[in-house]
Design a protein. Structure first.
Length: 540
């Protein structure tokens, strides 16, 4: 009972007509500020000062006190002075008074409580003013030089006073604000805090208030590759109307930080504490791209009111999610109404959106060799050794592409260092593999997501699997223009690979047939389909 909150709600001082009683994301501004005040002080310590009978009615319904005078009018820069006649009546009842504006709907009550803590901790603090940092380059028409104007002058950091709230000591109110020696203390707010002063501010605030929080839980390392992170990022880049967070375990930290960059908030946790940390974030939706999920993990999320979407999940948790999308498996591995299977739900990375599928060429002059971001078995070097002599003989350029998880970079470089780029080109980490595909007529690749990209680009390919799980991916078949050779083991497999390569290169009709079988596969529209499912879950 030490603190009172006063809310100035004068309709003559509004940003635009009826803004205080107009609904912003399903709640009026006056209701929002009363709800916020309730998180800080008891109801009986909340006072609304207004000139509106409509606002008085809202106060009655919320069981908060109000001061009403239809002739009230405030000059905006002097709200504290204007409220002096009301505040003085309560200065003996409270130690501190908070003036809380209705026009900062994005300001959280917890932020005000932290400011109140600072106010109380500072010695002799009688006035706390919230501020925002802003960098600006001042323009002085008569003083700035022509060259300086072109190359840009230095920016200055300014502290901008916010009108979201103020905290005053009752002693300052009691003496009528006459103490000129009072030194205000500043409390820094988030730079992005928006205060409504126009229709445009209102529109932006409404968009921000309607945002939901989505947490992507991903994995990516040398064992399972980086496809899960790429898939999550492809979706995240499209979700602009909601908050997006990424979390991962300690093994995946470097991969996630490298690929997600500074675009998203990233949390790194131990596997044992992952569920609790997700719950701390209070998400509306969790998207898991971590391979097999457990039943208890998914149910704990759902029991806390969180929607759950899983990708590439054959674990026990897949049956208990709101939605599981297993696009790499054509035939259902288990039954469940919540699971979608097959290529109808595969979507490409952004870089393929504008990529033009290849036209058939009579001659093969370039082959692409790529085994994912990790290539844990070092297939890249093994394949290079196996096909180099033949490609040299046929004057076919070999393009080797490895990703961020590849551990044998120096060994590979030493093997190819004596060859000109016109014969062997090596690229480590690229965001434009679609461009390299556009220059290639055939490929040798792993059995993950790459075959879908190769089909989209009309590139007949030899496909090898890193492990048993990849072997279960059923898209890359002969009927779809691929030569699937299964797991890569032993010298006999090298012979099969070389025979298959010779057949694609030398048998024109066979390569043309593979090319034609790939032509129906286009995946551009599938991303919108998957996003629609996600948005429907959020809205419901």
């Amino acid at each position: 009972m030490e603190t009172a909150i006063f809310i100035p709600a004068i309709k003559k001082n509004v940003a635009f007509a009826d803004d205080l009683v107009k609904k912003l994301a399903d709640k009026t501004l006056i209701q929002r500020v009363i709800n916020k005040a309730r998180k800080i002080v008891p109801e009986q310590c909340i006072y609304v000062v207004t000139d509106s009978e409509e606002i008085c009615l809202a106060c009655k319904r919320n069981n908060v006190q109000y001061y009403y005078d239809k002739d009230l009018w405030f000059s905006s820069p002097h709200v504290v002075d204007n409220l002096g006649f009301v505040l003085s009546q309560f200065s003996e009842d409270y130690k501190e008074i908070i003036l809380l504006s209705p026009y900062a709907p994005l300001l959280d009550g917890e932020d005000i409580l932290r400011a109140l803590e600072k106010f109380r901790s500072e010695k002799n603090c009688e006035l706390l003013i919230p501020v925002k940092k802003e960098k600006s380059r001042a323009f002085q028409q008569n003083k700035i030089g022509f060259r300086e104007m072109l190359i840009g002058g230095s920016e200055h950091e300014l502290l901008i006073e916010s009108q979201a709230f103020k905290i005053l000591s009752s002693s300052l109110v009691a003496n009528g604000f006459k103490d000129n020696k009072v030194k205000p203390f500043s409390y820094e707010l988030n730079n992005n805090l928006l205060e409504i002063s126009s229709y445009q501010d209102w529109w932006v605030s409404e968009k921000l208030l309607k945002r939901k929080r989505i947490v992507f839980r991903v994995k990516g390392d040398q064992r399972i590759g980086m496809g899960h992170i790429y898939r999550a990022l492809t979706l995240a880049h499209e979700i602009t109307d909601h908050e997006v967070y990424f979390i991962c375990d300690e093994k995946s930290q470097k991969a996630v930080e490298r690929l997600a960059g500074g675009d998203y908030w990233i949390g790194v946790y131990k596997e044992t504490e992952m569920v609790d940390r997700i719950l701390d974030l209070k998400p509306d939706l969790v998207i898991n791209d971590i391979l097999n999920t457990k039943k208890n993990y998914v149910l704990k999320l759902r029991n806390n009111g969180i929607k759950v979407v899983n990708f590439e999940d054959l674990g026990a948790g897949a049956k208990h999610s709101n939605l599981t999308i297993n696009e790499l498996y054509d035939a259902p591995e288990f039954q469940g109404k919540n699971t979608l299977w097959g290529i109808k739900y595969f979507f490409l990375r952004e870089e393929f959106s504008e990529a033009r599928p290849n036209r058939f060429k009579n001659e093969v002059n370039t082959i692409l060799v790529t085994f994912g971001a990790a290539d844990p078995n070092d297939f890249t070097r093994k394949i290079f050794r196996n096909i180099f002599s033949y490609c040299t003989k046929k004057k076919i350029k070999i393009v080797l592409v490895t990703g961020g998880g590849y551990r044998h970079i120096e060994k590979l470089k030493s093997e190819i260092q004596n060859f000109p780029e016109s014969q062997v080109q090596y690229v480590h980490i690229t965001g434009v593999i679609s461009h390299m595909m556009q220059q290639s007529q055939i490929a040798i690749a792993a059995n993950g997501r790459t075959p879908y990209e190769l089909a989209h680009m009309n590139i007949p390919s030899i496909i090898l699997s890193h492990n048993e799980r990849e072997l279960g991916h059923s898209f890359a078949t002969r009927e779809r223009g691929f030569i699937p050779l299964g797991l890569y083991k032993g010298a006999k497999k090298d012979e099969k690979i070389l025979r298959a390569l010779k057949k694609i290169v030398e048998n024109y009709d066979f390569r043309r047939e593979c090319f034609n079988r790939m032509r129906p596969f286009r995946f551009q529209k599938n991303k919108k389909k998957v996003l629609k499912f996600i948005y429907e879950l959020l809205e419901n």
